[in-house]
Ligand binder design. Structure first.
Ligand code: NDP
Ligand code: X2W
Length: 346
């Protein structure tokens, strides 16, 4: 099938956070026409009752999420719980570009999948992080795309230049604080206002969070070293954003200026990765709503460690923005179409 602009696009999970963010961005995209919008328990509801910020789509009624409702579009975005994507993708056929915001097709190693997700591995699709070595070429013209997890996106981009350049040993530590939208819209006891407001907490501690193998897999693409990745997620009282602190012992004598130069060179041509001026440190507010990632790096001489910090909007570059960026690559459009690097302040 030969696709031409405007490309018809359907969104499954349009009532959820990821689906809603994909739609927010698609409403500003010049080359798409928004087709079917589907939900789960909210099928039959007008979108305006669920996503009031998506004003131009307020009167659109959510359909059931089935291969039939999603068929006949050039692109289908899936913002569904884990495990729901494979049967739909299979039924859609290879003419349709399927961009999955879920985890089902991100991991290469089936044993990792089974250990961390506890179910049978569905397979592996091209991985939707164009900035990671070798991935952009896989995404151009792709028909199936696995959008990364939000923590893996920022952890990978924050650590990759140091790991690729051999500035650090194989012993990597990530501590990342996320806003609550990372956990989705479905009600959960630990996300009640009383549990979240005025509170910061750790969870998934001790190498058990399912994003640990995804981060290790990504950074394993830029080094031959057998990496050890320690990942600790934190939940903090904000709606959007992740701030990741990535540290590792230095492999040799490296100055802060040399580390900064490595990062500047690695991302010189990346439209969405912004290395802040030396001495300025990333803050989530600056990337909210935008597809930008903000980074900074230095060396702690006394501790003989590299310290890099990254900020991302988990719903934008962390999911919906990455999904649109990958759609652009798959369709042969300019990768930045419909995406902004402008955040919010204050
Ligand atoms: N939130 C984030 O920051 C990120 C999310 N993701 C991934 O994106 C996907 C969606 O997450 P998110 O939007 O946060 O989750 P939400 O809980 O906010 O949304 C889930 C969506 O899936 C729909 N849904 C749930 N169960 C079914 C079902 N059985 N059949 C059909 N539709 C169903 C829901 O519909 P309804 O409400 O109508 O029941 C809703 O539209 C997940 O795989 C998540 O891991 C990835 C990276 C970051
Ligand atoms: C704050 C919070 O709860 N975040 C989620 C990660 C969200 C994400 O990236 O999602 P998937 O990998 O599931 O697609 C978590 O830790 O489970």
């Amino acid at each position: 099938m030969h696709m031409t602009s405007p490309f018809s696009v359907a969104v499954a999970g349009a009532s959820g956070y990821a689906g809603g963010e994909v739609l927010r961005l698609l409403l500003g995209h010049p080359d798409v026409r928004i087709g079917a919008l589907t939900g789960g328990s909210n099928a039959g509801q007008p979108l305006g009752a669920l996503q009031p910020h998506l004003v131009p789509l307020a009167d659109r009624v959510l359909e059931e999420t089935t291969p039939e409702t999603l068929a006949g579009h050039d692109v289908v975005f899936l913002g569904l719980p884990h495990g729901q994507s494979a049967p739909i993708a299979e039924a859609l056929g290879d003419d349709t570009i399927v961009v999955d915001c879920g985890a089902d097709f991100r991991l290469v190693d089936g044993a990792d999948w089974e250990k961390f997700y506890g179910s049978a591995h569905a397979g592996t699709w091209p991985y939707g992080l164009p900035e990671l070595a070798g991935q952009r070429d896989q995404l151009r013209g792709a028909r199936r795309i696995a959008v990364p997890g939000c923590y893996p996106t920022i952890s990978t981009l924050t650590f990759a230049p140091a790991v690729a350049a051999g500035l650090v040993t194989d012993d990597l530590t990530v501590v990342a604080a996320s806003g609550t939208s990372g956990a989705g819209k479905a009600p959960k006891p630990h996300l009640l206002g009383s549990e979240v407001m005025g509170n910061a907490s750790a969870y998934g501690v001790g190498g058990v969070h399912r994003h640990t193998p995804e981060i290790r897999q990504n950074l394993g693409r830029v080094t031959d070293a057998d990496l050890k990745v320690g990942f600790t997620p934190l939940l903090v009282p904000m709606a959007r954003g992740i701030l990741a602190t990535c540290t590792a012992p230095l492999a040799g004598d490296v100055t802060a200026e040399e580390a900064y130069e490595v990062y500047a060179k690695a991302y010189a041509d990346e439209p969405f990765v912004h290395l802040l001026p030396s001495g300025m440190w990333p803050a989530t507010q600056s990337v909210l709503g935008s597809n930008a990632v903000h980074l900074q790096v230095t060396v702690d001489e006394a501790a003989h460690r590299l310290v890099a910090v990254g900020a991302v909007d988990n719903l934008a570059k962390g999911t919906g923005g990455a999904a649109v960026q990958c759609m652009n690559l798959a369709l042969g459009l300019d990768e930045t179409t419909g995406l902004s690097t402008v955040g919010l302040a204050p």
